[in-house]
Ligand binder design. Structure first.
Ligand code: ADP
Length: 263
């Protein structure tokens, strides 16, 4: 093969690869749109169905039907908000802040938020924080809060008995936040998939819980936007452990070196 031929072949191979990648991206986009349409259509069908029933049958309990309609509408709202969040992140519109925050109260608040829900299911909910965690750190408070809320709410949702433990380790400016539960667990084949939009665990127990499969997709993207990473280990029937690692630097303290020669 001449040099010119060789370079032509290389270009063709590159084009072929680019085409395959573009096709795969298009297919993924189509799958995504089908999933979105399906997810939006089902709660809307419920709303239409009950609205039609109300029109025809005035003996129906307005309160009961109202609740069903409101829940379905909430489902659509959550879905649309989740999608907007993902597109804001992907298009880079999302701005990341670097706030100086009191970090311990943030963990306390989040765990407190879920106390009632955990107690209602008879679950022990605990929080343990490494003494080395500085009192104040710099991070995007709203995003960090959102990640933690998603992880703790999932742990409670997918655990029927036992405990949910939040443990915060800290070393060399990196926080290692673990949310461990004794819940239904995730099958090995589902571990990567559950971080994709609209993907949910295949088990009957997972499917029996309400959800749209966007929480972990948003959590993973947010974690990477904050420069962190998230990993999961799980055993079906035993429990799951989600670990979120993120740099949480303490603010620089101004040095207080004595002024030479001053009296
Ligand atoms: P959703 O809970 O709305 O389905 P998520 O994206 O938050 O969406 O989670 C995706 C899937 O991951 C869930 O449907 C569930 O199968 C699985 N999952 C997430 N967290 C847990 C957990 N703590 N224990 C067991 N399964 C979990």
């Amino acid at each position: 093969m001449t040099a010119a031929n060789a370079s032509h072949a290389a270009t063709l191979a590159e084009l072929q690869r680019a085409k395959v990648t573009a096709e795969a991206a298009n297919e993924a986009k189509t799958r995504y749109l089908v999933a979105v349409s399906h997810e939006i259509r089902s709660p809307l069908n419920v709303i239409y169905g009950y609205a039609q029933l109300l029109e025809r049958d005035d003996t129906l309990s307005g309160a009961e039907v109202g609740t069903i309609i409101r829940r379905s509408a909430e489902h659509v709202t959550n879905l649309v908000e989740g999608l907007l969040e993902i597109s804001r992140i992907e298009s880079g519109v999302l701005t990341i802040r670097s706030d100086l925050i009191d970090i311990r109260p943030l963990f306390d608040h989040i765990v407190d938020m879920f106390r009632m829900q955990a107690a209602a299911k008879g679950l022990a909910l605990t929080l343990e924080i490494d003494d080395r965690l500085p009192a104040q750190v710099k991070t995007d408070e709203k995003r960090l809060r959102q990640i933690l809320i998603n992880l703790v709410s999932n742990a409670i949702k997918y655990t029927q008995s036992g405990s949910v433990a939040v443990k915060v380790g800290y070393r060399s400016q990196v926080a290692d936040i673990e949310v461990r539960d004794t819940g239904i667990g995730i099958a090995a084949g589902d571990l990567e998939r559950v971080f994709e939009p609209f993907e949910r665990g295949n088990s009957a127990e997972a499917q029996s819980q309400p959800g749209i499969g966007l929480g972990l997709a948003i959590t993973r993207v947010l974690a990477s936007v904050l420069g962190g990473d998230i990993a999961v280990e799980s055993t079906p029937g035993v429990g799951s452990s989600f670990r979120f690692r993120i740099m949480l630097p303490a603010p620089m303290v101004a040095s207080r070196a004595p002024v030479q020669g001053a009296r």
